[in-house]
Design a protein around this ligand. Structure first.
Ligand code: CMX
Length: 152
């Protein structure tokens, strides 16, 4: 296939993909207030809220980009997963998150396909969402979160 041809078996970016959407991109930062000076004050993204998610060991600031979100993750202490991530790699891109409608079904399908998962069962994430992480070995090296929003 030449570089100008497209693979018609793959949906192009403007076709819908039912039940899936980019929920957020998460960036590990050392200090939320410092990071907000750039993302909120400099870039002008809309700041939505800050939330402490004890179970995940993070303080999260959520910003809207219009069609998706950026989450800034500040570790609650150096011995949390995000604290260790920053100690090893420095601040930076931590994970991307896909919003799904039924996380239990998605995890069951991935398990059936022998996909390497970090969480086989959902945990509780920001906003009370049910979340689970897929191992970077299965995704091309990027930590991937699946998130089913809390029912309203
Ligand atoms: N990017 C790429 N690889 C990563 C990674 C990252 N950000 N974090 C971990 N990994 C890799 C590890 O290197 C490890 O690789 P190997 O198995 O090859 O050694 C693997 O993923 C598993 O990591 P681990 O730390 O050994 O496993 P744990 O089960 O202890 O923890 C994880 C995994 C991802 C849950 C944890 O490290 C983490 O980051 N927790 C915080 C999660 C978080 O951001 N929560 C968000 C809360 C807000 C919200 O709801 O969105």
């Amino acid at each position: 296939m030449s570089s100008t041809e497209k693979d018609t078996a793959v949906a192009s970016h403007d076709e819908s993909c039912p039940g899936k959407r980019l929920d957020h991109v998460a960036i590990a930062v050392e200090n939320l207030e410092e990071a907000l000076k750039f993302y909120r004050d400099g870039l002008g993204l809309t700041f939505l809220e800050t939330e402490v998610v004890e179970e995940q060991g993070v303080r999260v600031a959520k910003l809207s980009t219009g069609n998706t979100h950026i989450e800034l993750l500040e570790p609650l202490s150096p011995d949390t997963p995000v604290g260790k991530f920053i100690a090893k790699n420095g601040p930076g891109l931590h994970h991307i998150c896909l919003g799904v409608e039924n996380i239990v079904d998605n995890l069951a399908l991935l398990k059936e396909q022998k996909t390497k998962l970090i969480n086989e069962e959902p945990k509780i994430g920001a906003g009370g969402a049910q979340i689970a992480f897929v191992h970077p070995k299965a995704t091309g090296g990027v930590l991937l979160e699946l998130s089913q929003p809390r029912a309203r």
